[in-house]
Design a protein. Structure first.
Length: 94
């Protein structure tokens, strides 16, 4: 599970490190929703910090799914709001 993340961290690939952390948070949330939500908040911030936009809808959707699992529907909506219009311009839809 950690090899992609370890390689990204070792080689300084911030985008792939953040992407790996998003997936890891989603996986964690399957068994521990509150911990997954904590992880995804950090990972989403790191992902946005890379300036990446192409998979922003995917990243926000993972975060929203985790927030729903953790019983935080308002936070789920807050994850989705910033990408609602941007996604349709890029060919990604919610």
């Amino acid at each position: 599970m950690g090899s992609c993340r370890e390689a990204a961290a070792h080689d300084g690939y911030k985008y792939w490190l953040a992407r790996s952390d998003l997936i890891l948070a989603w996986h964690t949330a399957a068994g521990a929703a509150a911990e997954g939500l904590r992880q995804v908040r950090e990972a989403l911030g790191n992902y946005r910090g890379t300036g990446a936009g192409r998979a922003a809808v995917f990243a926000a959707s993972l975060a929203a799914d985790i927030a729903i699992r953790a019983g935080c529907p308002d936070e789920a909506l807050s994850f989705l709001a910033p990408v609602k219009d941007a996604g349709s311009r890029q060919g990604e839809w919610l």
